[in-house]
Design a protein. Structure first.
Length: 359
């Protein structure tokens, strides 16, 4: 079995759902269920004995050590993090706590477990750390895309905390021999994405008749990857990645934010036209830019492609269409996220103090 952390969040939940759709190998899913962790995303696994959701913190060494000893996973895949740049600007404390201190504690719990494994299991064990292209900082218009040897130059509290966690993971390999792998991926989009991030926010606001807030001039560039392609890359790296190596993950899809918003608007015009027949792009408004806003990210994923034969399955055009359609098809998920109803459910579910959500 494998232990996944942060598996009730956007990418982690997609990973767990895809994993159990193609493997029979059970998953222990450790998630703190912060505002970003939504057990409703995992509802289809409610009666599935291969999945156990445990509410808890990666920084809780007693809990993590107990889970490792009890379940004896052959791998840990670490998604758990505070992930929203704007929140990190308003309140960096949680980012330091979870992304740095939490990762440190997790590494120590895993090291303690790994060291005690019998030789064959010790050799087969893997710790895969999921990270971001934002650790490399910002590119100028004509700079080449980030490779695995690009300088680490994080600019936001979020990216700095992720860079710190990447360094810890690297050091635990070099110092203690922990068998680690790190992936640094570009911006993801797809189903179950919390509507505080650009693409789901634009879809949800557009449908609600609200403003579509574009920061600054909207010409910042991000490199977009459909979430299921990120999940397939993680599976491939887990399966065949070389120990201690970093693999950049990206889809060669650099787009300016304004182009993304206009694409979302055009798809909604086609799939769910406004009642007044006006275009959704009329809702676009330019708002004050994010402080320290990185201008451009771009990922060079050739190492992963050439060494491990990974390729994304979706183009941006196919992925964004699927994403917009998914949000149109799942108004309840969106409504519950927006109203916070899923949080009431979590509170009720855990009111007894039980830590195991039982699915
Ligand atoms: P998310 O915010 O949607 O989910 C994070 C999950 O981690 C939530 O379920 C939350 O409850 C959980 N969590 C937070 N703190 C925790 C703690 N202390 N202990 C246990 N669980 C905790 O984030 P996401 O977008 O799914 O990102 C997952 C990972 O992928 C993060 O490490 C992020 O840095 C990385 N990443 C994200 C993107 C992206 O575009 N979203 C791109 C590249 C890398
Ligand atoms: P986001 O989804 O927060 O991801 P990240 O900051 O990690 O790249 O934002 C993607 C881009 O969209 C980023 O350049 C900021 C911009 N943005 C807006 O213009 N308006 C918004 O309302 C949001 C949430 C983001």
């Amino acid at each position: 079995m494998i232990l996944v952390t942060g598996g009730a969040g956007f990418i982690g939940a997609n990973f767990v759902l895809d994993w159990l759709a193609i493997h029979d190998e059970p998953v222990i899913n450790l998630d703190k269920l912060t505002y970003a962790g939504n057990p409703e995303t995992l509802q289809s696994l409610q009666a599935d004995t291969r999945h156990t959701l445990v509410q808890g913190d990666i920084g809780d060494t007693a809990l993590v050590s107990q889970l490792l000893t009890q379940h004896q996973p052959r791998a840990v895949v670490n998604f758990a993090a505070e992930s929203h740049v704007d929140r990190s600007i308003h309140g960096p404390g949680e980012f330091i706590q979870t992304n740095i201190v939490g990762t440190f504690n997790l590494l120590e719990s895993v090291r303690g477990y790994w060291q005690m494994l019998p030789a064959d299991q010790k050799e087969a064990f893997r710790f895969l750390h999921v990270s971001t292209d934002e650790v490399y900082g910002s590119l100028k218009k004509d700079d080449p895309a980030f490779t695995e040897t690009s300088h680490i130059e994080p600019n936001s509290p979020y990216s700095a905390s992720k860079a710190a966690s990447d360094h810890l993971v690297r050091a635990w390999h070099h110092t203690y021999g922990l068998p680690v792998l790190t992936t640094n991926c570009s911006n993801n989009y797809g189903p179950y994405h919390f509507p505080e991030k650009l693409i789901p926010l634009m879809i949800v606001n557009a449908l609600a008749g609200k403003a579509l807030p574009v920061y600054g001039d909207g010409q910042q560039i991000r490199d977009w990857l459909y979430v299921k392609d990120h999940c397939s890359a993680i599976r491939r790296v887990l399966e065949a990645g070389r120990l201690g190596e970093i693999y950049n993950v990206g889809g060669w899809n650099e787009k300016a934010n304004l182009d993304i918003v206009q694409t979302v608007c055009a798809l909604l015009d086609e799939l769910r036209p406004r009642l007044d027949a006006k275009p959704y792009r009329d809702q676009i408004t330019y708002v004050t830019d994010r402080p320290g806003h990185d201008r451009r990210y771009a990922i060079d994923a050739r190492k992963l492609e050439q060494e491990l034969g990974w390729k994304p399955a979706e183009t941006f055009e196919s992925g964004i269409r699927k994403t917009v359609q998914w949000y149109l098809d799942h108004p309840d998920w969106v409504a519950h996220v927006q109203s916070g109803a899923y949080r009431d459910w979590v509170q009720k579910q855990y009111a007894s103090g039980a830590s195991d959500a039982g699915h």
